[in-house]
Design a protein around this ligand. Structure first.
Ligand code: ZN
Length: 410
């Protein structure tokens, strides 16, 4: 499958969030997953059966709504001779809007990944779990940091770091006690080191062999020299894991904090990883923020001004913004305005105009999509920053999630 671009991913994620919030009055929302190789005529036949069984539903409104939804899906399916390449997903039903009011909605989508099996569900909410799976960054790496005193084994799952094991050794320090022969001391020390490496290897292998891996890519190893090299050359890892060593890095901490240090190090050298890209962007932005007259801007108002002036090199937007740009107009005096509101704030919906009349909403856009469009029209790069990494969270909390790296200062 072609991977979704960050903007496509963002859009898809928001669509799912919206779908996930919708509720029916009763069990009357249909979710139908049709794989590519399923005959449309089979689906149609099954749905016609469902229309029949729906007549047994006791609640009159639920019965009417389910039958209405089925009829709507059946009429939609008439346009298909066969399902598209990735199959077809249909969500349809009477969605509750406020109080007792419902609105018949129907969403037909071709998913970015193939539908694997046919499913028909009727529930009070839409069945979106299989689609949520697609969004998960399933790339997983094992992490290992070690020296002769400690070691930590962890995982990097998508953008999340998880510490799994911490080991400490009983390797004696370099200073021998009086009365011990130098040769004997160093022999005992080597044995202890070897034992510790074996224990580390076993711990790393256990994590690897017992892992329920989505998409296992390999292991990264960190530590001071020459310990980590000694460990790698000594082949203390399970042979299957030994083959999957992706990189060895100098890291000064070898407890759990070393795992974070390791990810920082490897981020610098692994450009294809999303976490690395995000961190790099934020670090570049932060670098400009702390400079006097640096090329950075943040806050919606300032960023908009810079965008208008064509001064933005890269627009940074947090995917957690959840704000909308709405336009509204007064039918009485003709006054128009465009404002930004929280996506779930509806208290602004019926704002009264200066003339006393009610402002009607004439347009409504997700702010990330709206700003991205403005940016792209002037050749500005757009980066959508998740809040899954520490940096991304900071970016959202400290800078409001809207920022820009500038080409020049206005
Ligand atoms: Zn007015």
């Amino acid at each position: 499958m072609a991977e979704l671009s960050t903007q496509e991913k963002y859009k898809f994620k928001r669509t799912l969030e919206e779908l996930g919030k919708k509720r029916g009055q009763g069990t009357e929302l249909l979710s139908i997953y049709i794989p590519h190789d399923k005959q449309i005529s089979d689906v149609t036949a099954q749905l016609k059966d469902e229309v029949g069984s729906a007549s047994n539903i006791k609640s009159k409104s639920t019965r009417t709504n389910v039958q209405g939804a089925l009829a709507s899906v059946l009429s939609r399916l008439r346009y298909y001779r066969m399902p598209p390449e990735n199959g077809l997903i249909i969500f349809c039903g009477a969605v509750r809007i406020s109080g007792d009011k419902t609105d018949m909605e129907s969403i037909v989508m071709e998913p970015p990944e193939p539908v694997l099996s046919y499913s028909y569900q009727c529930s009070s909410e839409f069945y979106i779990e299989p689609l949520e799976e697609i969004l998960k960054d399933k790339k997983t790496f094992e992490l290992l940091v070690l020296d002769r005193k400690d070691a930590a084994v962890g995982l990097l799952i998508g953008k999340r770091i998880e510490a799994v094991r911490h080991l400490t050794s009983n390797v004696p320090g370099k200073q021998r006690k009086g009365g011990q022969s130098a040769a004997r001391f160093s022999r005992l020390r080597l044995i202890a080191i070897n034992e510790f490496y074996k224990r580390i290897g076993e711990a790393a292998s256990t994590v690897y062999l017992k892992g329920d891996w989505g998409d296992f890519r390999g292991i990264f190893i960190g530590g001071p020299s020459p310990t980590k090299e000694e460990f790698v050359k000594g082949e203390y890892l399970h042979y299957a894991l030994q083959k999957k060593i992706l990189g060895v890095f100098d890291v000064s901490y070898t407890d759990e904090s070393g795992l974070y240090e390791l990810v920082n190090k490897l981020s610098q050298s692994m450009d294809d990883m999303e976490i690395a890209k995000e961190k790099k962007m934020i670090n570049r932005f932060m670098g400009e923020v702390i400079k006097e007259n640096g090329l950075a801007s943040y806050g919606e108002e300032f960023v908009r001004e810079n965008l208008k002036a064509g001064a933005v090199d890269t627009l940074l937007l947090s995917e957690d913004l959840k704000m909308e740009r709405i336009s509204r107009r007064c039918g009485n005096c003709g006054r128009e305005e465009t404002i930004t509101i929280a996506a779930d704030g509806d208290e602004q919906d019926h704002k009264v105009c200066k003339c006393g009349s009610t402002l009607e909403i004439t347009g409504r856009r997700d702010i990330v999509e709206e700003l991205s469009e403005i940016a792209e029209a002037s050749g500005t790069k757009v980066e959508i920053i998740s809040t899954e990494s520490e940096e991304g969270e900071q970016f959202f909390n400290a800078f409001g999630g809207i920022a820009a790296i500038l080409r020049f200062r206005v």
